[in-house]
Structures are given as structure tokens and as C-alpha cells.
Design a protein around this ligand. Structure first.
Ligand SMILES: Cc1cc2nc3c(=O)[nH]c(=O)nc-3n(C[C@H](O)[C@H](O)[C@H](O)COP(=O)(O)OP(=O)(O)OC[C@H]3O[C@@H](n4cnc5c(N)ncnc54)[C@H](O)[C@@H]3O)c2cc1C
Length: 412
């Protein structure tokens, strides 16, 4: 008689949920137990700073899957439950209420949490929120609704901060973004793209201020004053903090799994323990396209690694070989990004129209990444050239009189 095995997944978000579905599809017959400290039915995270923030919908409109589909797939959801430790020797996890759950295979999909920077007064500020969970969004919406003054300071000019600023503006707030670096999106895009987004926000009535290092927050009668190193200060009824994330690696670290900028996994998403896999934002994994280990904060990566881990646990030999891609929506702009631009030494801009252009990042002759603004074609062509490692004719690329087709852009 075969003994049914149990696969436990810590983290029920993009990684964990897609993994559970994929594991069933691959033929796993044993139990699948999906655990998350968040009490909500798992939901899409990208809309939190976009459509969900501006809507009056409940989070059920953004569920990853219906409640019934977990039942149909025979996946047990344990929500509102914290995993506090892993007992590797006895193959079990320990939950916050002191109970334990045995596993044969364990998947860590614990993602990341927002950084709350050590700014003086941040812990006692009124209506200050990060933006990572549905509850954060509900708190922000409620605070804005209940506040007479509609001034909001967003600390951090990365994608989440900027998307949040655009959404809050749409909701009628007076928004100021304070970015510590000399330009917004400095870590992830070329100066040309930073300038574009800075102008876009300004045109939409959002103040995006750079070189603003926030040093203190003072709060009196529920009103915050945010102080910057340069002596300036800004009043805010609501503050949103979007300065980056910390990966949730503690559970893995405490049992001695290899950690390097995330939980280190091989091409099958396996950690340094044969029965433990890790997927999604919390992993540090090898990307063959760029020939190096990377950590990604992206839905697609969580889904790709989920599929690879499921296949591997079911005895197949999959190899992770995905090309990173991301997107961002702000006002009437859809930005699609493919590849990783780090290490570029040349940037070319193809300008089709004012609000339709693309930025191409090269290291010498090698195309590394493309950022496409309202230009799905540029995104598709860029993806093709990077994937196939083909050389592009740079002159033709920026010549908008050349019909924009892969064949026309091939270097002869
Ligand atoms: C506002 C916002 C906008 C975004 N926009 C985009 C976008 O446009 N495009 C894009 O590609 N990506 C976007 N992202 C990033 C994307 O959401 C993440 O890359 C994705 O959610 C990663 O999925 P994950 O499953 O690896 O981790 P997470 O989504 O972080 O999920 C991890 C889960 O693990 C749970 N958990 C952690 N530790 C424990 C524990 N000890 N016990 C129990 N449960 C635990 C957490 O509660 C959480 O639900 C956005 C993220 C945010 C916050």
C-alpha cells in the first residue's frame, strides 16, 4: 500500500498558489497544505497600488483563484496562521499556536516585507502605511476618506511609490513624493526614463521631489510634518512608505539553508536541503540569460519558479530558463520591461510618438533589456532579440522610418 505524502507550502501568494495548482497538474496525489499569515483568500498583489487602491471593490474582486477551486484541487488553505519555525530533522513546521505539521516536501514561498526605514518619529506617525497587503490598501483608503486634509507624502520614488502616487492623485489627494536619490527610479532605469516619469507626474499634478532624504517625522494632533535633510518640511495627513523590501529568509536561515541575497536555489528551485524548495521573491537563483545569480521581485518569476518546483518534486527534470519581465501602470502609461539592464554601457531611445517610445540597453553589441512605454511591439521585439541572443542594427532601431519588424532590424 502506498503511503500518501504531504507537501506543505509556506506563503500563499503568487508563488505558493501557482505552485499548489501546478503540483496537482503534475500528478501529486498526496496532501497539499498552503499556509499564510494573511487571513485573506490569496489575491493579486500588483493591483494593490493600481486598480484596487482607486476602486471601492472588496479584495474578492482580485482573488488569485476562487475559493471553490482550492476545494476542487484538494488544496488545504490555512490562512491567518504564522509559521514560526521549521524542524528539519523531524520534517515538520511549527505554527504560531504551538501546533506542528509534518511534511515530506516543503516549499518556502515567503516573499518579502516592506522596509520601514529608521526615521526619527516614524513609529509614532499618524496614518503611516507601507503597501504590501490588502489590509494596507484598506487602511490607506480609510485614512484618506476620513481625513479632511487630503495631503499625502509618499516616501520613495520607485515603481510602487510612483504607482501609489498616481492612484492617490486619482482619488483626489494632494500628493508629494520624496525621493532620496537625485532621480526617481535610479536603481532600475536609465536617466531618460526617470525624466519621463518625473515630467509625467508633474503634468498630472503630483510633486515629485528628488534629493530629499527624510530624517524625521513629527506628529501633533494627528497631523504629520515630514522633515528632510536639506531643511525642508512637508505636512501630511497620510504617509505611504515605499522604499523597498526585505526578503523573508529567516525561517530558512534558522535551519542553515544557504542564504545569499535570498534563499539560494538551483535550476529546479531546490534549496541546499533535498526536501525543501523555495520560489518567488525570497529566492536567489541562477539566470542562464545573464549567466549570474539574481533575485527578482516579479509575479512572472514567482509563477515560473512555481512550475519548475512542482515538476521537480514530481520527479521531472525541469530547468529554470526564464527571461525577467515586469510592468508598471501610471496614469495613461503602460510600461513594459524585459531583461535586466544592469551593466549597460549604451542606451538608445526609439521615439515613435510623444507617449510611445522605447529605451534599449546595450552592453557593447549585446542587447540586455528594453523598457517600452505604451509600445507592446517594442516589448515583443526586444524579448525576441534578447531570448534569441541576436544582434540588432542600432541605426535602423532608432530610425522610425524603418518598418518596425524583427527582420528589418537584424544586423547584417
Ligand atoms: C503594491 C505592489 C505592486 C506590485 N506590482 C507589480 C507589478 O506590476 N508587476 C510585477 O511583476 N510585480 C509586482 N509586484 C511584485 C509582486 O507582487 C511580487 O513579486 C509577488 O507577489 C511575489 O510573489 P511571492 O509569492 O514570491 O511572494 P509574496 O507575494 O510576498 O507572498 C509571500 C507570502 O508569504 C506569507 N508569509 C511570509 N512569511 C510567512 C510565515 N512565516 N508564515 C506564514 N506566511 C508567511 C506572506 O504573508 C505572503 O502572503 C508588486 C508588489 C506590490 C507590493
Amino acid at each position: 500500500m502506498s503511503v500518501q505524502k504531504t507537501c506543505v507550502v509556506i506563503g500563499a501568494s503568487h508563488g505558493g498558489v501557482n505552485f499548489a495548482t501546478a503540483l496537482r497538474k503534475e500528478g501529486w496525489e498526496g496532501a497539499i497544505i498552503l499556509i499564510d499569515r494573511d487571513p485573506e483568500i490569496p489575491y493579486h498583489r500588483p493591483p494593490l497600488s493600481k486598480a484596487y487602491l482607486t476602486s471601492t471593490d472588496g479584495i474578492e474582486a482580485y482573488h488569485l483563484k476562487s475559493e471553490e477551486s482550492y476545494i476542487k484541487d484538494n488544496v488545504q488553505l490555512k490562512l491567518g496562521v504564522e509559521v514560526v519555525s521549521i524542524d528539519k530533522e523531524n520534517q515538520q513546521i511549527i505554527l504560531g499556536d504551538g501546533t506542528s505539521q509534518a511534511y515530506d516536501k516543503l516549499v518556502i514561498a515567503t516573499g518579502a516585507r516592506p522596509i520601514i526605514p529608521p526615521i526619527k518619529g516614524i513609529q509614532t506617525a499618524a496614518h503611516l502605511y507601507p503597501l504590501r497587503t490588502a489590509k494596507d490598501v484598506e487602511d490607506i483608503r480609510t485614512a484618506l476618506l476620513n481625513s479632511v486634509a487630503k495631503n499625502v507624502v509618499v516616501i520613495g520614488g520607485g515603481y510602487i511609490g510612483l504607482e501609489t502616487a498616481a492612484s492617490l492623485k486619482k482619488m483626489g489627494a494632494e500628493v508629494t513624493v520624496l525621493e532620496r536619490e537625485e532621480r526617481i527610479l535610479a536603481r532600475v532605469t536609465a536617466p531618460e526614463m526617470s525624466t519621463f516619469f518625473q515630467e509625467l507626474h508633474t503634468a498630472n499634478g503630483v510633486d515629485v521631489l528628488t534629493s530629499k532624504n527624510v530624517t524625521a517625522i513629527e506628529t501633533e494632533n494627528g497631523v504629520n510634518t515630514v522633515f528632510c535633510e536639506d531643511g525642508t518640511s512637508y505636512q501630511a495627513a497620510v504617509i505611504v512608505v515605499g522604499v523597498g523590501i526585505l526578503v523573508n529568509t529567516e525561517l530558512a536561515k534558522n535551519i542553515g539553508l544557504t542564504i545569499e541575497n535570498g534563499i539560494k536555489v538551483d535550476a529546479t528551485a531546490k534549496t541546499s536541503d533535498d526536501d525543501i524548495y523555495a520560489i518567488g521573491d525570497c529566492t536567489y537563483h541562477f539566470n542562464p540569460h545573464y549567466d549570474r545569480f539574481i533575485r527578482l521581485e516579479s509575479v512572472q518569476n514567482a509563477v515560473d519558479q512555481a512550475k519548475v518546483a512542482a515538476a521537480a518534486i514530481c520527479g521531472k527534470s525541469p530547468v529554470y530558463n526564464a527571461l525577467p519581465w515586469f510592468w508598471s501602470d501610471q496614469y495613461n502609461v503602460k510600461l513594459q520591461m524585459v531583461g535586466l539592464s544592469q551593466g549597460y554601457n549604451q542606451v538608445l531611445v526609439r521615439k515613435d510618438e510623444d507617449l510611445k517610445f522605447s529605451i534599449w540597453y546595450f552592453k557593447d553589441d549585446v542587447l540586455l533589456a528594453v523598457d517600452a512605454v505604451n509600445n507592446a511591439k517594442a516589448y515583443v521585439i526586444g524579448t525576441k532579440f534578447i531570448k534569441e541572443n541576436k544582434k540588432i542594427d542600432k541605426e535602423k532601431l532608432i530610425d522610425t522610418s524603418v518598418d518596425f519588424k524583427p527582420l528589418n532590424l537584424l544586423q547584417s
